[in-house]
Design a binder for this molecule. Sequence first.
Ligand SMILES: Cc1cc2nc3c(=O)[nH]c(=O)nc-3n(C[C@H](O)[C@H](O)[C@H](O)COP(=O)(O)OP(=O)(O)OC[C@H]3O[C@@H](n4cnc5c(N)ncnc54)[C@H](O)[C@@H]3O)c2cc1C
Length: 349
Amino acid sequence: MERVVIIGGGEAGLIAAAYLERATETDVILVSERQYHVFSFLLYDVLAGTPFNRACLDLPSMFREKDVTVVQGLVKGLDATENRIDLRNGSLHFDTLLITVGGVTKYDIDDRGHVFDIRTDVREIRSEVNSPNICDVVVVGGGPVGVETTATLSSVDDTKVTMITSSRRPISDFPPRASRIAERELRQQGVSFETETRVTEATENAVVLGDDDIEPSDLTVWAGGVRPNPVIESFGLQQNERGLRVDSHLRCLGVDAVYAAGDVVDYSGKVKDGYSAGLEARIAAKNVLRGLRGQRLLEHNVRWHPRAVYLGRSDALLTVNGRVYHGRGPAILRTVAAKSYPFYWKSVY
Ligand SMILES: Cc1cc2nc3c(=O)[nH]c(=O)nc-3n(C[C@H](O)[C@H](O)[C@H](O)COP(=O)(O)OP(=O)(O)OC[C@H]3O[C@@H](n4cnc5c(N)ncnc54)[C@H](O)[C@@H]3O)c2cc1C
């Protein structure tokens, strides 16, 4: 049996495990720091009041009947020449490794004592938003996560939401029409914008913009994009500031038995979202098997990449290959996709 170790039980790691579990010649071990996976796009529902556990998938119960061993552990290091990963307690040998440890929020400020992280603090944000002293809310970050967070929080009564983005417009990497629509729709919901602006400090009741402008803030939510999980710095693999460098087969550069997928990787044209993570996970998992069987590896190439952004209760944007769709249709599509995804998972396992 060839031992395949996957590190990271998130979007990419779980999809890869689901694929590899079906192969008879592999012994699959999934190492993840948490016992559960959080469906990130359901975090907006949690912001709006849905219990947190509804956004979670319990890993041991999902894999109980399956041929995947779940190890709860925090990976600390990698020795790619000895085929070994180091955990907080002990180490694990692998024949092939798949790295899917994702990313962390990108910050511009050092002191985070007065900011809430959209990735990790959703329950705290929810309870803050409910408290009567919260009037001014600032969302830092104008990417899709910043826009969806803003749209969700602006629907809460009595809050005035300001989005701060270093770009000229929100979702600036989307087609310009999508960007304009997002700004227009959020403005109509009462959202204010500070564009081409960086937050340099966050205090208890305000954020500091640039050198000295002050924006009042009772609640500052940081949604400032993603950077690769810092643990990879100890892996000794080729990387840049956006992630691990991989070849077109999703193999880490310079090592044969180590693959990577999801938010932790970088290549030309990489989009850091769940859709890409899923596609990469499937190709990486197939290549893991092909590599073990001595077969030719598959190329990862993205022909089309649909991206949806929620803009309010019955409003969303969908972009596919430069085309932009807006309104109730994309909103229904997005809601159906988000609500059915956890059921899809349960049926996969
Ligand atoms: C609020 C929010 C909303 C989003 N909404 C959408 C959306 O609507 N659509 C979309 O396509 N994308 C969305 N995204 C982006 C999407 O969640 C990510 O792109 C996707 O989860 C990346 O998958 P991944 O497997 O690379 O990383 P993750 O899903 O983050 O998984 C990484 C896993 O690795 C584990 N891990 C990390 N470090 C270690 C370690 N040292 N040892 C062991 N385990 C470790 C983590 O616990 C986690 O389980 C959203 C992101 C956020 C924050």
